[in-house]
Design a protein around this ligand. Structure first.
Ligand code: FUC
Length: 803
C-alpha cells in the first residue's frame, strides 16, 4: 500500500548527501509584485452574507498585503508610495467578538504619507528566507528603499527607510486606532518628540492596550504634531521606525476561569513593559536588531529544504499563481508555498506567545471571522500538523503553554460533562479528566458537544503525543504528555456507554455534519442537536478514544508506569469497534449508516471519520481493507471544498501512499483556495490551509507513524526528481533524501536522540549503511524493504546501494 509502484529497485545510483541539519535552504524564496497592494478603502470592502461573519471585509488587505510577525504581533504591509498602510494586530487584544465570548480585533493602523504618486521601478517583496519585506522605487531621481521585519528576540517591529541621496526622506507618520466609532474600545493617540503612543481599553475584558511608535531619524528633523497625533519627518537621510505593542493580558488559569470583567486586572497597564522593550530596541539600534532577528529566524527556517526540481520563476507572485491556476502547474510555486507555510508558522507561533489562531496573527477586522479563535474541531490542530516534521517543534511550545493554562477549566468542563451525560460515572470532587470543545479563544475555552463530539479532546491530545514522539523530550513525556493522555483517557472512560458488547461515546457528533428529517427517517440516530446530527459512537469520537487510549498505553510503557487505571483502558480499547466499512466500501461516518451519505452532506468539508487515518494511526498499512475503504471515502467525498479541508484530504492521501491524489489536492488548494499573497482562503482567509498543506508536503516525503521511517511514501509523478534535507521523523531522526525518476538515490539520517533506527523503503535491504567515519554499520533486516540498526546520538548515517 505504501510502496511507490513505479520504483523497481532501490537506490539505483549512489550520490553523496550533505549533512541534514541547519543548512539554510539553498534556494531563495520570495513573494513579489511590481505594484503596491491596493487599498481602496472601506467603501470597497466586500459585503458578507453570513450573519456570523463581519458585515464586510477588506479584500485588499486579505489578498494583497504581505504579513510579517513575531508570534506576538502581526503586521500587514501594503508597500504603498502615496500613503503606506501598515496594519498591526496584537494577538491578545480582544473585544466581544461575534459570539459574545471574545474575539480578536485589529490593534492599530499606521499610515505613512509619502505623497509620491509617480514612481518608477517599483518593487515590493517578502523575502521568506530572511523574514524581511522590502519596498523599492524611484521618483524625482531618488531611489528609495524600505525594509520591514518583526523581531521575536526583541519583540519589536522594525521599519527602515533609506534613500540614495541625503535629505530625501520627508513624510508624515500617522497612526490610527480603528473602530473607535463602534464603541467597544476607548483610545487616544499622543505625539511627543519622536514618540507616538496609542492607548486605551477594549471594554469587554478590560483589556488595556498600548502601542508605541518611535521615529528615529538620521539627518533632517522630526516634528510632533500633538493635536493631530502625528510626526512629521523632514529631509532625513535615513529613518528607523520601531513599533511595540502590548496589553494587560497574561496567559493564566484565571483567564479562562474568571468572568469576563475579572479576567484581566483593569489597573494593570502595559505601559512599562512596552516602554522598556522600546528602549532596549532603541539602544540596540537597527543593525543589531536586524542581525538578532536574522539569527533567530534563520536558526528555525534554515533547518529544512525541499527541492522539487523546479526552475525558479521570475514572475511576480500573482502571475505565477495565475499561470498555475490556468493549468501551467509548476513545482516552484509548490516549493514556495511549503516554505511560506513554515514562514507563517514561525511568524505566528513562538514560545511565550499565544498559539497561531485561525488567522495566525493577522486581523484587520473589527470582528475577525470566527472570532480569530482557536477552533478545536480541526483548525488549530491543523496549524501544527507540520510543526514537528519540518523541525519547528519550538513553535508548538506556544500551544503547550496554552494547554497548561486552560487545563483547570478543561477539567471543570469534563466534570460538568460527565455530570450531565453520564452522572453515575462522576467522581465527585475527584479526577474526571479534561475536555475541550470547538470554539476557544485567548480568553475562553468551551466544553465539547453540540456539532462536534468529545473527539475534539483526542484531536488536541494527538499533538501532545506527537510533540513527544518527535522530540523524545523525557521531561515533556513525564510532565505534560503522559499526564494529559492519562487524564483525557479517564474522561473518555466515563462517557462511554455500553451498547451490547461495545462501548460507544454518547452523545456523539461528527463535526458539523448536518442532516435533515428526511435523511434520518427510520434511522436509530436521534436529531438531538437541531440541525446537527447527534448520535452514539460516530467514527470521529470512537476513533479519538482509540487513539488516546493507545497513546496512553504506549507512553505508560515508555515511562514504565503502572497506574491501575491502565487496566480499564486495556479492557475498554478492545470494545470500541471504531472502524466499520459500509455497503459502498466506504469508512462509515456513523454506525447506523449503510450506504455512503445515508446521513449528512455527501460533500461535507469535514472528513472527520478519516481522522483515524490522519492525524490518527489506527487506519494503517496493517489493515489494507481499511486503507482501501479510506481511499474510497475520499473519492466519494471529492475535492470541491474549502482551503483547510483540502489540506486534510492531502494529508490523508499521503497516508494512503496516494502521491498523485495528494498532489491533486495540493494543486486544487493552490488553484482555488490561495490568494495572491499566498494566504489560504476558506474563504475568507484562514491560516490553517497554509499550515496544513505545508505539513502535507512533508507527509508526502516522509512518514514515521508506523514504527519506521518511511522514505518518500507518497511521491507523485509530478515530483519525480528532487531532494529534501532536514525533515524530522518520530524518534528525533533528521532525514535527507535525494531521488531521480521516482527512485531514491541517496538517503541520510542524523540520530539526534540515539535509539533503534528503522527505515522502510522498497529494496532498502540491499543498501549499505555507513556512519560519518565511513564505517559500515551492522543492520538487521525485516525482509527486503525494512532495516533497523542501533543509532548513536549525534551520528549521521548514509545509505548506499548494493546493486
Ligand atoms: C470549523 C469549520 C468551518 C470553519 C471554522 C472556523 O468549524 O467547519 O469551516 O473553518 O471551523
Amino acid at each position: 500500500m505504501k510502496k511507490i509502484t513505479n520504483i523497481v529497485s532501490l537506490l539505483a545510483t549512489c550520490l553523496t548527501v550533505s549533512a541534514a541539519a541547519n543548512s539554510t535552504p539553498s534556494r531563495a524564496y520570495e513573494l513579489w509584485e511590481a505594484e503596491p497592494a491596493p487599498n481602496r478603502g472601506r467603501s470597497n470592502w466586500e459585503a458578507t452574507k453570513d450573519s456570523k461573519r463581519p458585515k464586510s471585509y477588506d479584500r485588499d488587505w486579505e489578498r494583497w498585503s504581505y504579513p510579517i510577525g513575531n508570534g506576538y504581533t502581526g503586521v500587514s504591509i501594503f508597500g504603498r508610495t502615496d500613503t503606506e498602510r501598515v496594519q498591526i494586530t496584537d494577538k491578545t487584544l480582544h473585544n466581544k467578538g461575534m459570539y459574545g465570548k471574545g474575539g480578536l480585533t485589529s490593534f492599530a493602523e499606521l499610515f505613512i504619507d509619502f505623497n509620491q504618486d509617480a514612481v518608477e521601478n517599483y518593487r515590493r517583496s517578502l523575502n521568506v528566507n530572511e523574514a524581511i519585506a522590502h519596498v523599492s522605487y524611484e521618483t524625482d531621481g531618488v531611489a528609495y528603499q524600505r525594509e520591514y521585519f518583526a523581531s521575536y528576540p526583541d519583540n519589536v517591529v522594525v521599519i527602515r527607510l533609506t534613500a540614495d541621496q541625503k535629505g530625501a526622506l520627508s513624510f508624515t507618520v500617522r497612526p490610527e486606532i480603528p473602530y473607535l466609532e463602534l464603541k467597544q474600545r476607548t483610545g487616544s493617540i499622543t505625539a511627543e518628540g519622536n514618540l507616538l503612543t496609542l492607548k486605551g481599553t477594549a471594554s469587554h475584558f478590560n483589556c488595556n492596550y498600548e502601542g508605541q511608535i518611535k521615529v528615529l531619524n538620521q539627518g533632517g528633523s522630526v516634528v510632533a504634531d500633538a493635536k493631530a497625533g502625528t510626526i512629521e519627518v523632514n529631509k532625513a537621510d535615513a529613518v528607523t521606525l520601531l513599533i511595540t505593542t502590548g496589553t494587560n493580558y497574561r496567559l493564566s488559569a484565571e483567564i479562562f476561569s474568571n468572568s469576563p470583567t475579572k479576567k484581566l486586572d483593569p489597573k494593570a497597564f502595559p505601559h512599562e513593559a512596552v516602554s522598556a522593550r522600546m528602549q532596549t530596541a532603541q539602544d540596540l539600534g537597527y543593525a543589531a536588531l536586524k542581525q538578532r532577528h536574522l539569527k533567530d529566524y534563520q536558526n528555525l527556517f534554515g533547518r529544512v529544504s525541499v527541492n522539487l526540481n523546479a526552475r525558479p520563476s521570475a514572475d511576480p507572485t500573482h502571475v505565477l499563481l495565475e499561470k498555475y491556476q490556468k493549468g501551467k502547474t509548476n513545482t516552484w510555486l509548490e516549493e514556495l508555498m511549503f516554505q511560506y507555510g513554515r514562514y507563517l508558522l514561525i511568524s505566528s507561533s513562538r514560545e511565550k506567545s499565544l498559539p497561531a489562531n485561525l488567522q495566525g496573527a493577522w486581523s484587520q477586522d473589527y470582528y475577525t471571522p470566527w472570532s480569530g479563535g482557536f477552533w478545536h474541531n480541526i483548525n488549530v490542530q491543523m496549524n501544527y500538523w507540520g510543526a514537528m516534521s519540518t523541525d519547528l517543534s519550538e513553535c508548538f511550545e506556544a500551544y503547550t503553554s496554552f494547554f497548561k493554562a486552560y487545563l483547570p477549566v478543561a477539567q471543570q468542563h469534563a466534570a460538568d460533562y460527565v455530570r450531565k451525560y453520564n452522572p453515575k460515572q462522576l467522581t465527585e470532587g475527584g479526577d474526571n479528566g479534561w475536555i475541550i470543545g470547538t470554539g476557544a479563544n485567548a480568553y475562553h475555552i468551551p466544553s465539547a458537544g453540540g456539532h462536534s463530539g468529545p473527539g475534539t479532546g483526542g484531536f488536541t491530545a494527538k499533538l501532545l503525543t506527537d510533540y513527544y514522539l518527535f522530540t523524545q523530550d523525557p521531561d515533556y513525556l513525564e510532565e505534560v504528555a503522559y499526564p494529559a493522555m492519562l487524564s483525557l483517557s479517564k474522561f473518555y472512560s466515563k462517557v462511554l456507554v455500553p451498547h451490547g458488547d461495545q462501548l460507544l461515546v454518547e452523545p456523539s457528533a461528527s463535526p458539523e455534519q448536518m442532516t435533515n428529517a428526511k435523511q434520518t427517517k427510520g434511522m436509530p440516530g436521534q436529531l438531538k442537536g437541531g440541525r446537527y446530527y447527534v448520535t452514539a459512537g460516530c467514527t470521529f469520537d470512537q476513533g479519538f478514544v482509540w487513539e488516546s487510549y493507545s497513546d496512553t498505553l504506549a507512553m505508560a510503557d515508555a515511562l514504565g508506569k503502572d497506574d491501575p487505571f491502565l487496566n480499564t483502558i486495556r479492557e475498554q480499547i478492545t470494545r470500541l469497534d471504531p472502524i466499520l466499512i459500509g455497503a459502498d466500501g466506504q469508512i462509515k461516518e456513523y454506525r447506523e449508516e449503510n450506504h455512503y451519505s445515508d446521513i449528512g452532506d455527501p460533500k461535507h468539508r469535514h472528513i472527520s471519520h478519516l481522522c483515524p487515518l490522519f492525524p490518527g494511526t489506527l487506519i494503517n498499512s496493517e489493515r489494507p481493507d481499511w486503507m482501501q475503504a479510506a481511499s474510497k471515502t475520499l473519492d466519494l467525498r471529492g475535492n470541491k471544498t474549502t482551503g483547510w479541508a483540502l489540506a486534510h484530504r492531502m494529508n490523508s492521501r499521503a497516508r494512503l501512499g496516494e502521491g498523485d491524489q495528494a498532489h491533486e489536492a495540493y494543486q486544487r488548494f493552490i488553484c482555488e483556495r490561495t490568494a495572491t499573497n499566498l494566504w489560504a482562503l476558506h474563504p475568507p482567509f484562514q491560516i490553517d490551509g497554509n499550515l496544513g498543506t505545508m505539513g502535507g508536503v512533508a507527509e508526502m516525503l516522509l512518514q514515521s507513524h508506523e514504527g519506521a521511517i518511511n522514505i518518500l511514501p507518497a511521491l507523485p509523478a509530478a515530483w519525480s526528481t528532487g531532494h529534501f534535507d532536514g525533515l524530522v521523523a518520530r524518534g528525533n531522526f533528521v532525514v535527507s533524501a535525494k531521488w531521480t525518476d521516482g527512485a531514491a538515490t541517496a538517503i541520510s539520517v542524523l540520530s539526534r536522540n540515539g535509539g533503534e533506527c528503522r527505515i522502510a523503503y522498497p529494496g532498502i535491504g540491499k543498501a549499505t549503511v555507513r556512519d560519518s567515519a565511513g564505517k559500515k554499520v551492522k543492520v538487521s533486516h525485516d525482509g527486503n524493504d525494512r532495516i533497523h540498526f542501533a543509532s548513536a546520538v549525534g551520528e549521521t548515517y548514509t545509505f548506499k546501494t548494493i546493486q
